[in-house]
Design a protein around this ligand. Structure first.
Ligand code: ADP
Length: 258
């Protein structure tokens, strides 16, 4: 709270009291704090893969290169970390573009089922490697007027997470339906779930329940923050249900009249 005090003097010059101006600056402070936290987070997140790349490169140059297997291992890590760095930078730029409302929404007719199929085929290798069942109940294809790129990104991020956080042999199910008012998309997995206390925070930038696991799966902690912003841009809503050890369900609802 910003408080300004000034004496109140009447027209005869007599002091009659004090004028108090109360200014609520909590919101401004909050935004400033969020911005500086974001910069600190970005620096930290970028530094982690770079430190790792630098460390492994130096070890190689210091002689580890003689050992072919070790060399291969290290190069593998360097390659993965470079990829993560690349993805991180792209997602940070995407997020700032969305947050500054610099994305152009281009509404056209979009077949949601086709987008889900496209996403599943992108993730095919991972799905097969983990022996996951990927199901999309075969109903009539659902189409709606929406932005194809935004919708694609939303589905890609949610389904990528479902695949990443579901152990071998599990199931990922995507259900798409439509009634007079809404298109509803449900992305459900039988994965590790999210502890109740963490659920309110998962849409925050860089928030990860388990940093190590997220890193292993190539996560950046930005996927759901991007999803939330894109859904807002499309006037949709997202809800989460999750139980640790049993699985997670994301429910997306897009009104048809927006
Ligand atoms: P990340 O890149 O780490 O996956 P996200 O923003 O996509 O970042 O998700 C934030 C966090 O929410 C993840 O680190 C993970 O802990 C949790 N999470 C997201 N989706 C799922 C899911 N389907 N099952 C379990 N945990 C999830």
């Amino acid at each position: 709270l910003d408080v300004n005090l000034a004496p109140y003097i009447n027209f005869k010059g007599e002091k009659k009291g004090v004028v108090t101006v109360l200014h609520d600056i909590t919101e401004i402070r909050r935004l400033e704090k969020m911005r500086s936290e974001f910069v600190a987070n970005v620096s930290h997140e970028l530094r982690t893969p770079i430190t790792s790349i630098k460390g492994f490169t130096e070890t190689l140059l210091d002689g580890a290169m003689q050992d072919e297997e070790l060399c291969r291992n290290f190069l593998q890590i360097i390659s993965e970390e470079s990829e993560r760095l690349f993805r991180l930078i792209r997602e940070i730029l995407d997020l700032s573009k969305i947050e500054q409302k610099r994305i152009v929404i281009n509404m056209t007719e979009v077949n949601i089922n086709k987008l889900v199929e496209g996403t599943a085929s992108l993730l095919q290798e991972q799905i097969q490697r983990k022996g996951l069942r990927f199901i999309m109940p075969a109903a009539k294809d659902v189409t709606m007027i929406s932005d194809r790129d935004c919708m694609n990104q939303i589905l890609l991020n949610l389904i990528t997470n479902a695949v990443a956080y579901t152990p071998e042999g599990g199931t990922v199910k995507v259900e798409v339906s439509k009634d007079e008012q809404n298109v509803t998309i449900v992305v459900a997995d039988t994965g590790i779930g999210i502890p109740e206390g963490d659920i309110p925070r998962i849409f925050e930038r860089f928030y990860r329940v388990d940093k190590a696991r997220s890193r292993d799966s190539g996560g950046t902690g930005l996927g759901l923050a991007i999803v939330k912003h894109l859904i807002d841009a499309l006037h949709g809503e997202i809800a989460v249900q999750s139980e640790e050890g049993r699985g997670t369900t994301f429910i997306l609802v897009f009104p048809l009249d927006k």
